[in-house]
Write a new protein. Sequence first.
Length: 265
Amino acid sequence: MRRRGLLLIGISLALAVSAAWVARNWIQARLNASTAAEPVKQVIVAAMEIPFGTKVEARHLKTISLPSHAPVADHFERFDEVVGLIALQKVIRGEILLKEHFADRNAGSTLAAIVKPDMRAVTVRVDDVIGVAGFLMPGNHVDVVAARMVEQRAETRTVLRNLNVLAVDQTAQDKDQPVVVRAVTLEVSPKQAEVLVKAREEGRIQLTLRNPLDESHTPDDSEIVAEAAPVKTPAKHTRAAPVRPDSNGVTIIRGTNVHNAESTT
């Protein structure tokens, strides 16, 4: 009886091991079939927040797996593709990194990398008033108001609209608290740069902060406002020189007609 019990236990263990092996193979086959049916791709995401204008390092990155049919375009798949690039906007933790949000690592300085190819960076000196009391931060948009004296009268007009602020006081990082700055770097087109420098030389300029939700103008409407028409001065009327009578004749004036007659004396 004892030997028979041991035999039954051995048979039971063998059956259990066989069942586990069969189950394992079945599960592995299903997993392999599932993987073969739905391939995945590796996508680079932010392991931490990447501030605007930051050069990307390996510690900023991690990879996740997504189905190959996931609608993610222009993404990175390897660390070496993104390490060293410059962030053109703030990237939050867990966000998929897209190529359009980063600038080439060979673009030079951080500021030069974030300037669009057809644009220029112009720095203007500001004070507490012009700099909107220190509330300007990279990524804000501003209008430029110019003031000048014309015939001893102040004339003001908006010369540029919806300019992107690249940096404040040589800092291109995001700020959370207002800081009084001494210089603001704006992103402008070559023509806008000429208008800005001209307005600064003719008088004073003032920056006005725009609401980021302002829909009165489209985001790409950075424009040059038409210059005010020059002040016209009234034309001076000159009097005609009086007609001097001829000493040898008589001058007859009838309305606007002048007639000289010979003297009879």
